[in-house]
Design a binder for this molecule. Structure first.
Ligand code: NAD
Length: 273
């Protein structure tokens, strides 16, 4: 470990269980010297095992529904009070689509569900930054990161309306990135992560096949949640102070690959069958 976050204070949204990307990020941030506040919905706090993580990281836990401005206002006030000062970094690791969960076909999407998908998975990022910005709660030169997936940019039919949510999330990072940079030198980026076997991932029909496909097509193989945590910590650190408004791929090279000989071989064998 490198003490990359020594003296820094951060809020991590979205740790549900050990498989969560946010869980692994909290562990890594703690190991790198950060003080943490963890947040999730009241239901997730009951269902998940966040107190175990809080005990390891010596972190405070505060319930908040990230779609509720009221909850976010209370959370940010309590964070500043708890830390005794402004926040250095924030992780948005939140997503949920009722359409994907209920396997509603994309072409017959339920629009009320879609509003929920967008509110939870994209607007919550805007709301979070709106509250941090208006309360002047981010420290000079801080860092805000949200997690995304390549389906926000290319067609991945099984990803349903989460694709639209991720496209919006990435755009919000760019637009708010300008505001935060000008106000207090805060960076805002999205990390486009490989398919990862988590609870949110389980909700996607065909997730195991998508995972295997991406693993074979990525020259370095899929990136794990632990590896993603390391990358996110580098973005929270002072080593990346001029990186902002970017969608950063953490996917073993998947996004830049057309075909590999290995994948072609598997495809041809399938055709022969
Ligand atoms: N798993 C993957 O394959 C993968 C790939 C790329 C990006 N991502 C993204 O990573 C992020 C984290 O997902 P994960 O894979 O670690 O799964 P996860 O299920 O562990 O985390 C999702 C979290 O969102 C929280 N959440 C849902 N509704 C909320 C709300 N209204 N308010 C606050 N929190 C809420 C859940 O309680 C949960 O903790 C998501 O944005 C996801 O889209 C995941």
């Amino acid at each position: 470990m490198y003490d990359l976050l020594k003296g820094k204070k951060g809020i991590i949204f979205g740790a549900l269980n050990q498989r969560s990307i946010a869980w692994q990020t909290a562990l890594r941030a703690h190991e790198e010297g950060a003080r943490l506040l963890l947040s999730n919905t009241p239901a997730a706090l009951r269902m998940g095992d966040i107190q175990t993580l809080a005990d390891i990281c010596k972190a405070e836990v505060i319930a908040a529904d990230a779609t509720s401005i009221e909850d976010l206002l209370t959370l940010v006030d309590r964070a500043v009070e708890h830390f005794g000062g402004k926040v250095d970094f924030v992780l948005h690791s939140i997503a949920m689509s009722p359409n994907v969960r209920k396997a509603v076909p994309y072409e017959d999407i339920d629009y009320a569900f879609m509003q929920k998908t967008l509110d939870i998975s994209a607007l919550s990022f805007h709301k979070m930054m709106n509250v941090l910005y208006n309360k002047d709660a981010m420290a000079q030169g801080g860092s805000i990161v949200a997690l995304t997936y390549i389906a926000g940019e290319r067609a991945f039919p099984l990803y349903g309306d989460m694709a639209e949510a991720k496209a919006m999330l990435e755009s919000v990072a760019r637009s708010f990135g300008v505001k935060f940079a000008r106000k207090c030198g805060v960076r805002v980026n999205t990390v486009s992560q490989s398919p990862t076997l988590t609870t949110a991932g389980d909700g996607i029909k065909g997730m195991n096949e998508i995972y295997r496909y991406a693993d074979k097509l990525s020259p370095l193989g899929n990136a794990s949640a632990e590896e993603c945590a390391g990358y996110i910590v580098s973005l929270f650190s002072d080593l990346t102070k001029k990186v902002t408004m970017q969608n950063l791929y953490h996917d073993g090279g998947f996004s830049a690959t057309g075909i590999t000989e290995e994948a072609l071989d598997i495809f041809n064998k399938g055709l022969e069958k």
